[in-house]
Design a protein around this ligand. Sequence first.
Ligand code: GLY
Length: 421
Amino acid sequence: MRVLVIGSGAREHALLLALARDPAVSALACAPGNAGTEALAESRRVDLDGPESIAALAKDWQADLVVIGPEAPLVAGAGDSVRQAGIPCFGPSKQAARIEGSKAFAKDVMSAAGVATARSEMVDTPARLDAALARFGPTWVVKDDGLAAGKGVVVTSDYDTARAHAMRLLDSGHPVLLESFLDGPEVSLFCVVDGTTVLPMLPAQDFKRAGDGDAGPNTGGMGAYSPLPWAPAGLVDEVVAGIVQPVVDELAARGTPFVGLLYTGLALTAEGPQVVEFNCRFGDPETQAVLALLNTPVAGLLLAAAEGRLADQPPLQWKTGAAVAVVVAAEGYPGLPRTGDVIIGSETDGVLHAGTSRRADGAVVSAGGRVLSVVGTGGDLVSARTAAYERVGSVRLTGSYHRTDIALRAISGEIRMPGKT
Ligand code: GLY
């Protein structure tokens, strides 16, 4: 099977590593890829904003399956264009991708499906902002309605900070979604979906803030681990039955079935799991941890989803143990990152590339905000974490930073369900 992966992050590097382990895969390409993916896959140029460019590449390269990593091409309709070219695609249609592309749409689907989520209010004019803000707090959650790579969200107990973020979004023409704050540990659950059937993967936890102890601004994600030793037994089944399957059924009933990876971001509140957000693709960096543990051949799995055959698929098979991913970010991220610095130690097992490129002299240099995802696996979370941080210690990139507390509270038993002591 010839598999084309669209994207250029560590998520795509992780997908390629998993695809390369599947004996059914005969060739891999990645577009546009990065300095790490080129060791696993042919690098091809593509216009990520152009669905037709992606479909043309898939035809030209004679792909048997296209896997679309990032949300922007999916929201722009790349999944539809690839399917119209007659090629199976793992990734939802433009209509179904609105579950991530428009928070108002996601709220409407959740309401129709009877799924628990934060109370919310859309504000599209500054005149309505103050009255709306008064209906929320003491912690404000202020979101960009559209795509913002994880950086459109501000969660704050400071009214002025909440208001300033909302004003910035409104001034740049973006509607703002205000939400009630969901208190409780966060969980990312990935489900492979073929339009009707849902196959859940191992749950993971993401670290969205830039600094240790969840300090600093929101980012696309600074680290992750999987599975979750503290999670209640039966959590995944409960979330699939009460949240994911009803949403998948609602999308199918609207005539826009979801085919691809449905990512549910949850808060485990005292009232039970509630949805923070849906994403229409694999999460980054959770994918780097989750796929490191997957034994099921992934190309066959994603093709079965693309072809509507998941009901015939046996349950997913996992390695025992745990995986931890630590993001190494460039100085300045999540603002304007410093780029062009030589990276030492990037061509090591477990070091997945994101914002990297290869200079004419062959050196690997930084080319984006999140530069690397460094993954460690082990028999338990302690050994996986040790392995990840040992590898981080062997990477050198001027000005870079990483969080030092990924998976730490899970290991020290500090993660508690609300209402429980
Ligand atoms: N890890 C958060 C995201 O992928 O959106």
